[in-house]
Ligand binder design. Structure first.
Ligand SMILES: NC(=O)c1ccc[n+]([C@@H]2O[C@H](COP(=O)([O-])OP(=O)(O)OC[C@H]3O[C@@H](n4cnc5c(N)ncnc54)[C@H](O)[C@@H]3O)[C@@H](O)[C@H]2O)c1
Ligand SMILES: N[C@H](CO)Cc1c[nH]c[nH+]1
Ligand SMILES: [Zn+2]
Length: 436
């Protein structure tokens, strides 16, 4: 854990080190991920089976890569009623929030009588990555599949690793609830490669969405261009901005809730009170000892955790914007005033009673969010990731005569003769016809 104080003359340098520390994660996995993608492209299903044996300890054949409907149903049936009810509540809230996001088509006729439009069209297919290496993520099934369903995507293919061959019943129940039936028991970079390039068993998809560890995030980056992706949703992060009116134990839990995801996760506290910071750090240490995932959380906290003591909340918002965190909790009296100054964060949780974990499961907005400072230029998963736009222009002769000459002029200026003639020749014919 790194302790920073903005009044320290070396603050700027030490903060730069904090900003770049996690950037190196991607670099260290780039080469192995490239090899895995190449292998899947070259050898298809055979590579998938071998890589799954190596990384997930499951022996598969091309015939068993895809789960059967019986396997899905039998596993899902093991979910107890109270957990199913919680899943259904989460699904209803996520669906409602994403339905509210659906954009409207544009259809306008301008002053020249030219009709202009923009149509939103659902993707034909999407590949949903559901993480499953160190923990199972049924909530990520909902967060991926429900926006896709709301947007109207026809084909949903889902990949989820099943370490040791164990199916997670709640993951299966979530898939059933969302109507996802095409499920492959593969994970990591090999799953991303299979969904991007296709194999004999797995047809390629148009866009890959979903979160994952550093291998998954790097693989999505590498296949982008051939296939669409949502964003780089890698190892989890949180920044908690808290004053000393908070209970340090609750702040410590919120930090650890992200640290327990991955050794590469990052949890940062920003506060204006050094004594409060010390109490939070002490509570983090105590709480670590009793967590079941303490080894993962401890590594994350030791290697990437940070506490920043600021002189005022203006400094705090500058630091938040520089970190561009996946999640930001604002545990202050006036969280709205603080968050008005935040320009870069995947999701903001406002107030002392709004822990990030609420948004992981049942808040409604998506929990698949950009990490590693990519919130500077990208956003969390939404219906927009499953839609694309087509624009339309429709004009009659009068419209062409009104704006066409300016187009012909610009074409001439660009030296593109055929462009210019395509416009001017039509204009000439219409003008001649008009004067007859
Ligand atoms: N940003 C978000 O929106 C968001 C949401 C949920 C979860 N997450 C993150 O998802 C991640 C889940 O990670 P996970 O590991 O539990 O599951 P995962 O499914 O992302 O990764 C497991 C896969 O990683 C691959 N892998 C593991 N070690 C490897 C190695 N040495 N070489 C090559 N491939 C290897 C294997 O193929 C394995 O199947 C966590 O980092 C968590 O923080 C992020
Ligand atoms: N916090 C994760 C996003 O970084 C999402 C998640 C799923 N389950 C629990 N948490
Ligand atoms: Zn979480």
């Amino acid at each position: 854990m790194i302790y920073l104080d903005t009044s320290d003359p070396a603050f700027f340098l030490r903060f730069q080190a904090l900003l770049t520390a996690r950037g190196q994660q991607g670099e260290s996995v780039a080469a192995p991920v490239r090899d895995i993608i190449q292998d899947v492209r070259a050898r298809g299903d055979a590579a998938l089976c071998e890589l799954t044996e190596r990384f997930d300890r499951v022996t598969l054949t091309p015939q068993t890569l895809r789960l059967t409907q019986e396997e899905i149903s039998e596993s899902a049936a093991q979910v107890p009623p109270e957990t199913r009810a919680a899943l259904e509540l989460a699904a209803a809230r996520i669906t409602a929030f994403h339905e509210a996001q659906m954009p409207r088509d544009l259809d306008m006729t301008d002053a020249e009588g030219i009709r202009l439009g923009m149509r939103w069209i659902a993707l034909d297919s999407a590949g949903l990555y559901v993480p499953g290496g160190k923990a199972a993520y049924p909530s990520s099934v909902l967060m991926n599949a429900l926006p896709a369903r709301v947007a109207g995507v026809e084909r949903l293919a889902m990949c989820v690793p099943t370490p040791g061959g164990e199916l997670n019943p709640l993951v299966m129940a979530a898939a059933q609830l969302c109507g996802v039936t095409e499920i492959y028991r593969i994970g990591g970079a090999q799953a991303v490669a299979a969904m991007a390039y296709g194999t004999v068993t797995i047809a390629p998809v148009d866009r890959i969405t979903g979160p994952g560890n550093a291998y998954v995030a790097e693989a999505k980056k590498q296949v982008y261009g051939h296939t669409g992706i949502d964003s780089i949703a890698g190892p989890s992060e949180i920044v908690v901005v808290a004053d000393s009116a908070n209970d340090p134990a609750l702040v410590a839990l919120d930090l650890l809730a992200q640290a327990e995801h991955d050794e590469l996760a990052q949890a940062v506290l920003i506060t204006d009170d050094a004594a409060f910071a010390e109490r939070v750090v002490a509570t983090v240490e105590e709480t670590l000892a009793i967590l079941s995932r303490r080894e993962i959380a401890r590594r994350s906290w030791e290697d990437y955790g940070a506490v920043v003591v600021v002189r005022d909340w203006g400094e705090a918002s500058e630091i938040v914007n520089a970190l561009a965190p996946e999640h930001l909790e604002v545990m202050l009296d006036d969280p709205r005033a603080f968050s008005a100054g935040v320009r870069h964060a995947g999701a903001i949780f406002m107030g002392r009673h709004c822990p990030e974990a609420l948004g992981d499961y049942v808040g409604g907005p998506n929990h698949v969010l950009p990490t590693s400072r990519t919130a500077r230029f990208s956003s969390g998963l939404s219906v927009f990731d499953f839609l694309k736009r087509t624009t339309t222009i429709e004009t009659d002769a009068a419209g062409l005569l009104a704006i066409g000459p300016a187009g012909a002029e610009l074409a001439r200026a660009e030296g593109l003769e055929a462009h210019g003639l395509s416009l001017s020749e039509r204009i000439r014919r219409l003008t001649e016809k008009g004067s007859e």
